[in-house]
Write a protein that binds this ligand. Structure first.
Ligand SMILES: NC(=O)c1ccc[n+]([C@@H]2O[C@H](COP(=O)([O-])OP(=O)(O)OC[C@H]3O[C@@H](n4cnc5c(N)ncnc54)[C@H](OP(=O)(O)O)[C@@H]3O)[C@@H](O)[C@H]2O)c1
Length: 324
């Protein structure tokens, strides 16, 4: 178990990051800056866990995390850039803000972190850990942008190993589907996860062991490892796998179309109800208007009659006074 280490861990509030945090906090003498946007629930995890709310999707965010780590620890022994998010969809539109946010969070910030960490270390030894993805090595239907953001990270770690200082360890995690919030974030409409699915505690254990052993890469799924070799020697196996995953995307597209149809129907019903209410209000307004105008006319007639009566009485009184 890693001990007496100062650690910065991003994406610590749930899933793989939270499982890693739970393991690291047990290491004697470890102190961990636990970073995510929502960290309230991390309070009370232990004196050695310092929750820190920060959005790491910008360079300013990453700067803030480094500044906090340096203020707390001086030297950061391990920087684990784990935060990231996917989106599951057919790539046929697009929401460019989401593409931008995904690349900033999954790719640009982790690359910027490397540059910052090298400067922070200033020649001292250190450990940089990345959560990449099995999808960063083998693309999947429904994850085009996410795959691209993780392929970029895979290329970056490969190239940077050829340039990095010798005393910098870089350990990369390549999880297959892992049962975390990942799939809730990926789309609000439910979809089938890629096969196989692993538990985040298992993935975290493999990664912490990998960091400890100085591994360059950690693939927590043996099955996927075997499948990758098989796909390499027999590409039709990959085609079969991809076909199965494409069928899942097609079923998702059908479900999405059904959901849209339901929403459209609901919107139509709401619109019809709104029309009915509008019509009823207009009719009531008309009735009230009519009633008011009839009442007003009756009151006017009544007043006019009373005025005529008073005038007659007045004339009579006048006549009496003048003795007519
Ligand atoms: N689950 C999988 O199947 C799978 C497979 C391969 C790779 N991965 C990778 O594993 C990593 C962890 O994902 P997960 O599966 O554990 O999903 P998760 O449960 O959704 O965790 C994602 C973590 O990242 C944090 N995060 C997201 N955007 C952030 C931002 N802009 N600033 C700061 N923190 C941010 C989230 O916290 P807040 O929302 O509180 O900020 C959360 O702590 C990601 O890089 C993901 O791409 C996951």
């Amino acid at each position: 178990m890693l001990e007496n280490k100062t650690i910065v861990l991003t994406g610590a509030s749930s899933g793989i990051g939270l499982s890693v945090l739970k393991l690291l906090k047990e290491g004697r003498g470890n102190r961990i800056l636990a970073v995510a946007r929502h960290v309230d629930h991390l309070a009370g995890m232990g004196d050695n866990v310092i929750p820190f709310a920060c959005d790491i999707s910008t360079r300013e965010g990453v700067d803030t995390v480094f500044a906090k780590g340096e203020e707390l620890f001086g030297k950061i022994d391990i920087f684990y850039a784990n935060a990231g998010f996917p989106y599951y969809e057919e790539f046929n539109y697009t929401d460019w803000d989401r593409v931008d946010a995904m690349f900033r969070t999954n790719t640009i910030s982790p690359i910027y972190t490397y540059a910052k960490y090298i400067r922070h270390l200033g020649g001292r030894p250190g450990i940089l850990a990345y959560t990449i993805s099995a999808i960063g090595e083998m693309a999947m239907p429904g994850y085009a942008i996410y795959s691209a953001s993780k392929f970029a990270m895979n290329g970056f770690q490969q190239a940077i190993r050829l340039e990095k200082p010798e005393n910098l360890q870089i350990t990369c995690l390549y999880p297959v589907a892992t049962d975390t919030n990942f799939f809730k974030v990926a789309n609000s409409v439910e979809f089938e996860k890629p096969f196989p699915v692993q538990d985040p505690d298992h993935v975290a254990k493999k990664m912490v062991e990998g960091i400890e052993k100085g591994a360059e890469r950690v693939s927590p799924s043996k099955l996927f490892g075997v499948a990758k070799v098989l796909m390499g020697v027999a590409p039709p196996v990959r085609t079969v796998y991809w076909n199965l995953e494409t069928a899942k995307l097609n079923r998702f597209k059908k479900r999405l179309a059904d959901v849209h149809e339901h929403i459209q129907k609901d919107v139509q019903v709401i619109e019809e109800k709104r029309q009915e209410v509008r019509q009823a209000v207009a009719e009531k307004r008309q009735e009230v208007h009519q009633a008011l105008s009839e009442t007003e006319q009756a009151a006017r007639r009544d007043l006019e009659q009373k005025a005529a009566h008073i005038r007659e009485e007045f004339e009579e009184i006048k006549d009496k006074i003048h003795g007519n």
